[in-house]
Design a protein around this ligand. Structure first.
Ligand code: SAM
Length: 207
C-alpha cells in the first residue's frame, strides 16, 4: 500500500472506533513505524489517563521509530499511556499486568516499511500470537488483522490467519467504507483487501 499508508490507517481507524472507548487498554502487536500505535493512543487517551496502549515489535529499529513518532505527536502525559516492548508478539501476555484484558489487539503483518524487507512476520509465531490475543480479549473485543500476500511467505501466513478466523466465533462489523476510501481504493488492486477490512476479517471473539 505504498503511498496510501495514511489512508489505510484511516480506514482501519474507522473500524477501531466502533470498538474502542476512551480509557480502554489495547495492543499493537506489530508497531513498525508507529502509525497504528499513535492512532490507537488517540482513541484511548482520556482525562483520567486510564487509557493504555501496549505495543511490541521484534525489531529495535521499529520500536525506536514508534517511540520517535509518539514523542513528537503526543504531550508527555499522553505519551505515558504507551508502553513499548522489543519482543515477539507471541509473548504478548507477558507485558500485560496480571488479570488485565484488552479491547483490541491489532496486527499489521509483513515487513517494516522503509526497513529490512527480509524481517517479516511468520506463520508459526503469528499463529501463537493470535491464540494469545484471543485469551487476552474482553468479551466483545476485537482482533484486527491486516495480512499481505505479495511477499515471500505472505500467502502462507494469510492462510494461517484465515484458518484461525474460521476457528473462532466472529461477527461481521458491517461497516461501510467512507466514500473517500472507496474512491481512492476502488481502482487499485488492493480494493478487495480494503473492503474485507470492513466486513469479515475483523473478528470479534466471545469468551
Ligand atoms: N503497524 C505498523 C505501522 O503502523 O507502521 C506497520 C507494521 S509492519 C507492516 C510489520 C511489523 O511487524 C514490522 O515492523 C516487523 O518488524 C514486525 N514483526 C515481524 N515479526 C514480528 C514478531 N514476531 N513480533 C512482533 N513484531 C514482528
Amino acid at each position: 500500500l505504498e503511498g496510501g499508508v495514511g489512508l489505510a490507517v484511516a480506514a482501519r481507524c474507522r473500524l477501531w472506533k466502533h470498538v474502542i472507548q476512551k480509557g480502554d487498554t489495547v495492543m499493537d502487536a506489530t508497531c513498525g513505524n508507529g502509525n497504528d500505535t499513535l492512532a490507537m493512543t488517540n482513541m484511548v487517551k482520556d482525562e483520567q489517563s486510564k487509557g493504555c496502549v501496549y505495543g511490541m515489535d521484534i525489531q529495535e529499529d521499529a520500536i525506536k521509530n514508534t517511540s520517535s513518532l509518539l514523542d513528537v505527536s503526543l504531550n508527555p502525559i499522553e505519551r505515558k499511556c504507551v508502553k513499548l516492548f522489543p519482543i515477539c508478539h507471541s509473548r504478548m501476555a507477558e507485558v500485560l499486568p496480571k488479570h488485565s484484558s484488552v479491547r483490541l489487539v491489532a496486527f499489521n503483518l509483513g515487513y517494516l516499511p522503509g526497513g529490512n524487507k527480509t524481517i517479516i512476520t511468520k506463520s508459526d509465531t503469528t499463529k501463537l500470537a493470535l491464540k494469545a490475543a484471543k485469551e487476552l480479549l474482553v468479551p466483545g473485543g476485537v482482533i484486527s488483522i491486516v495480512a499481505y500476500v505479495g511477499h515471500p511467505g505472505g500467502r502462507e501466513e494469510y492462510e494461517t490467519v484465515q484458518s484461525f478466523c474460521l476457528g473462532i466465533t466472529h461477527r461481521k462489523l458491517g461497516v461501510e467504507p467512507d466514500s473517500d476510501v472507496k474512491q481512492t481504493f476502488s481502482t487499485c488492486p488492493y480494493w478487495k483487501t480494503v473492503k474485507a477490512w470492513f466486513t469479515a476479517e475483523t473478528c470479534s471473539v466471545k469468551r
